[in-house]
Design a protein around this ligand. Structure first.
Ligand code: MN
Length: 208
């Protein structure tokens, strides 16, 4: 029998800008802890769990809790993927913010009656999301709908397939150092650094 190679490891992607690039809206200290602490932690833990799963696949590990291993693995892999999207969906002031143009802007106009109404719905969704989670805009190929959604935790026990066009991290670690318990202020500030070019790029890829 051919040697089992096992599942491959993940790598922390580079931050797409300098660590202080999102100031004043998101402080250097937050980006440092969030990227070098939390995001890196998800990647490292995912890789430790992949080692364990490979041990299970190769029958080197005899006693294990498969539900626990897979639950932790999806939490950490999705932690990596969701944060990779989140970093790219922001850009320094001047490059980010303003309003979406392109096909995303057109679709928002058609379906939400303009950017301001869309922004209001997304903001309300974000501010209503309990505890740890994400506010996201997804695209449904079936009917071309742009769906504002909230995600609890990290899509537990599932590797997300619904394509995300735009994402906002709402875990306390994303804002607490700077905004304390004023999450709505963080959500309000985030609009100044939304990378609409990136969101449009993702949508264009889905429309092909
Ligand atoms: Mn986070």
């Amino acid at each position: 029998m051919e040697e089992i190679k096992g599942l491959r490891k993940y790598e922390l992607p580079p931050l797409p800008y300098k660590i202080d690039a999102l100031e004043p809206y998101i402080s250097k200290d937050i980006v440092d802890v969030h990227y070098n602490g939390h995001h890196k932690g998800y990647v490292n833990t995912a890789n430790t769990l992949i080692d364990r799963l490979n041990g299970i696949i190769k029958e080197e590990v005899k006693s294990y809790d498969i539900h626990g291993v897979l639950r932790n693995l999806t939490f950490n892999i999705n932690g990596d993927k969701l944060h990779t999207l989140y970093w790219k969906d922001m850009a320094p002031e001047g490059k980010g913010g303003d309003k979406p143009g392109g096909k995303l802007g057109d679709l928002i106009d058609q379906q939400y009656g303009g950017y301001e109404k869309f922004k209001k719905i997304f903001t309300e969704a974000a501010n209503s999301n309990p505890g740890t989670g994400w506010a996201v805009l997804t695209y449904d190929k079936e009917n071309s709908n742009l769906n504002v959604m909230t995600v609890e935790n990290h899509f537990m026990n599932h590797l997300a397939e619904m394509p995300i066009v735009l994402i906002l991290d709402e875990f306390e670690h994303a804002y607490y150092l700077q905004y304390k318990n004023k999450r709505a202020d963080y959500v309000g500030a985030w609009w100044n650094i939304v990378n609409w070019d990136e969101a449009n790029k993702k949508l264009d890829g889905l429309l092909e």
